[in-house]
Design a protein around this ligand. Structure first.
Ligand SMILES: Cc1cc2nc3c(=O)[nH]c(=O)nc-3n(C[C@H](O)[C@H](O)[C@H](O)COP(=O)(O)O)c2cc1C
Length: 347
């Protein structure tokens, strides 16, 4: 059902993409998802003001690997000037394929500043930002938004039409209201209404955790692409399973290999980020990477016997060796006697 998706000079051959997720979608995780079939990805959300202030913490989010492409530099902010400057900075880096504007983040400290989801309260502000950024850069520009802030504010069609009329090349829409954060079902019918109304490509997002979900979102909404967030954490194989539903679930060896590769890439990323730091950090890079890996590991091992015990000791596992030894212990408790290469629980 999915055709390659094109906007500007970007082509996403397989338009099932990894959503931007702060704290998760760093270069290490993105590369794992790309290898498992994700068609494109976004950076973690990056503050336009942070780029302007030359904040080192901000620049770490803009680290890109060879495996990432096509990739969007995903920025948030309220001021048109800051968003323009950030977009120009990202374009100059030369390693991004397009620029994405965050107009859907409901986190308090973002909304309080009038950025992210707050922009949906007065969507003309989104239009202004899109127009100014489009004028300032030659990379394609997209918007990631939601179906609205709350029922009291402009609806999904109003927001989407303003985004298109302002010149955006693509829109990705999360089918939940910002006031609901991540709770409840995503409204795929509203995504379909947006698809019907707009001429630019529409990527649908929200609640896709299985190949069947992806098929159902496409059937209900007719969107041009699917964006996956939480469903990919601990299950990057989901992308290839959507591409080819006959693909077998990962076996014992494959899961172990991906966990190890992911963790090692995170150590490498953390080390390279630490090199440029002016201030000393509390943990050495390997320790920091192991701590950062905890929520990923919790999801990789979901449903397995022995997971709870591992999670209880996770805060003390600060070396790659210690984590992998514990992972092996959990996996060994779950090998199916009839098929030792597979999990007894397929997660
Ligand atoms: C931990 C976490 C961090 C997120 N960070 C961002 C972000 O930085 N920018 C953004 O636009 N959306 C962010 N989101 C929202 C996701 O991109 C996505 O829209 C949402 O999770 C719904 O998709 P899902 O149901 O497939 O998870 C985040 C979501 C989660 C769970």
């Amino acid at each position: 059902m999915l055709k390659p998706l094109q906007f500007g000079n970007v082509t996403i051959d397989f338009p099932v993409v990894l959503a931007p997720m702060a704290g998760y979608t760093d270069a290490a995780f993105r590369s794992i998802c790309k290898e498992q079939g994700a068609g494109a990805c976004y950076t973690e959300v990056t503050s336009a003001e942070g780029i302007r202030r030359d904040s080192q913490k901000t620049f770490q989010f803009l680290k890109v690997s060879e495996l990432d492409h096509p990739i969007a530099g995903h920025i948030f902010g309220k001021s048109v000037e800051a968003m323009v400057e950030a977009a120009q900075y990202i374009e100059k880096l030369g390693c991004f394929d397009w620029i994405d504007l965050n107009c859907g983040c409901p986190v308090k400290k973002v909304v309080r500043r009038g950025a992210g989801a707050a922009l949906m309260k007065e969507p003309e502000e989104i239009g202004e930002i899109v127009r100014a950024v489009k004028k300032a850069v030659s990379l394609p520009v997209s918007v990631k938004t939601r179906i609205g802030f709350s029922p009291a504010f402009p609806d999904h069609l109003t927001i989407a039409k303003i985004v298109e009329d302002a010149g955006a090349d693509m829109i990705a829409v999360h089918g939940r209201l910002a006031c609901n954060f991540h709770k409840g079902d995503a409204d795929w019918e509203k995504l379909g209404e947006i698809k019907q109304r707009l001429s630019i490509p529409v990527i649908g997002n929200g609640g896709v955790n299985t190949p069947a979900d992806a098929a159902e979102m496409l059937r209900v909404s007719g969107v041009d692409g699917v964006m996956i967030g939480r469903g990919a954490i601990g299950n990057p194989w989901l992308f290839n399973q959507i591409k080819n539903p006959a693909q077998p679930l990962p076996g014992f060896g494959e899961k172990r290999e991906v966990i190890e590769t992911h963790l090692l890439r995170l150590v490498e990323l953390t080390s390279s980020t630490a090199e440029g730091r002016r201030r000393k950090t509390k943990f050495i890079p390997e320790q920091a990477a192991c701590l950062h890996f905890r929520p990923h590991l919790a999801q990789y091992l979901k449903g397995l016997r022995g997971r709870r015990g591992l999670l209880q000791e996770l805060n003390n596992l600060k070396t790659v060796e210690a984590i992998l030894t514990s992972v092996d212990k959990v996996l060994s408790q779950n090998v199916d006697a009839t098929s030792p290469s597979r999990f007894s629980n397929s997660n």
